[in-house]
Write a protein that binds this ligand. Structure first.
Ligand code: ATP
Ligand code: MG
Length: 323
């Protein structure tokens, strides 16, 4: 059989996935996803629960065989060269797989062994990883006694113990307080500045803005990819309208019933409404509110947030699929 070369010619490319599909029985969890990630890049992988993010990561880590398609990770074929793939990546799974009964240093030692770090290099690698994660003063602590934010940093330290060029972080900050999340993102940025690539999933929209590039998964498909600013700029057939009026609760109830309204919420003392077809929507929204006895002071265009942009892109994908 003539096996195509898995190593992408471009060595800056750490992920080259073509048309990956994963089916579980009759259910398609990942439906033909292609993407490219380069060295030094922070790639944010976003999408609602069940969109296929973790499944995609598990395929790219060589833990789950794709049903169709192919991918090279750090130049190695994810199906035929799984050992090399695993040696070149760090993986922080959605549930950190730390050993609670071990001390911090013992967890680092354990993962150094798992990832095949030679014994004589281990002290230096443990110093590097614990220093990076700010854990130097806690090496003797039992893992079970660490607070959530510290456990998460230990999980990251374990994932970089073998100095991999590519890191997969699956919801690394879920359930962690905002300050610990900031600290964690500073770590991610320092790794990227040192030339590592980071592939990270999150449900926090503020974190999406910290990524160089984003991919949006929806029902197993990658429906959009690009820099945060590019994705915002791509949204032209929808708009966010900010309505000032005398009865925000009433306006919310009316807006929620309109077929061209995608989403609406309270905003300050008024409401914010995401609409399709903005050229017509503004006048129609005004007319509907007035018809329901609401005094409208003004309707202004607002800048869509990253969360608005994702909702809009998912709505567009659904509309297209329904056509
Ligand atoms: N081993 C499996 N067998 C059957 N179905 C599975 C399996 N693993 C995942 N799925 C299904 O595939 C879909 C995608 O799951 P996946 O965990 O990839 O989503 P996700 O985007 O990571 O979601 P979340 O944000 O909740 O972590 C879900 O409907 C899930 O139930
Ligand atoms: Mg997941």
């Amino acid at each position: 059989m003539n096996v195509p070369p898995p190593f992408p010619a471009d060595i800056g490319l750490v992920i080259a996935a073509d048309n990956l599909v994963k089916r579980f029985g009759g259910f398609t969890a990942v439906d033909g996803v292609s993407l490219r990630v380069r060295r030094g890049e922070i790639f944010g992988f976003l999408g609602p629960n069940g969109a296929g993010k973790s499944t995609m990561i598990r395929m790219l880590c060589g833990l789950l065989a794709p049903t169709e398609g192919r991918a090279a990770v750090c130049g190695f074929d994810i199906e035929r060269q799984t050992d090399q793939v695993r040696r070149h990546i760090g993986y922080m799974s959605q549930r950190f797989s730390l050993y609670d009964d071990l001390r911090v240093e013992e967890n680092l030692e354990f993962f150094a062994g798992v990832y095949g770090v030679p014994r004589r290099q281990r002290p230096e690698r443990k110093r590097f990883a614990s220093g990076l994660a700010g854990l130097s003063g806690r090496l003797g602590d039992y893992t079970r006694d660490l607070a959530g934010g510290w456990k998460q940093r230990l999980a990251l330290a374990c994932a970089v113990i073998h100095d991999p060029p590519l890191l997969f972080l699956d919801e690394p900050t879920s359930g962690v307080d905002p300050i610990a999340r900031r600290v964690f993102w500073d770590l991610i940025h320092s790794l990227a500045e040192a030339g590592r690539a980071v592939f990270v999933t999150t449900h926090y929209m503020d974190e999406a803005e910290y990524c160089h590039r984003l991919g949006l998964m929806h029902r197993g498909r990658l429906i959009a990819a690009g820099a945060p600013a590019e994705l915002k700029a791509s949204v032209t057939r929808h708009a966010v309208l900010r309505v000032s009026c005398d009865d925000a609760i009433g306006a919310l109830a009316v807006s929620g019933q309109l077929e061209f309204v995608l989403d609406c919420s309270l905003f300050g003392t008024g409401i914010e409404v995401t609409v399709r077809d903005p050229a017509h929507a503004e006048g129609r929204l005004h007319a509907e509110l007035v018809a329901h006895g609401i005094a409208v002071t003004s309707i202004e265009r607002g800048e869509p947030s990253m969360g608005d942009v994702f909702e809009i892109l998912m709505d567009e994908a659904d509309q297209k699929a329904g056509q």
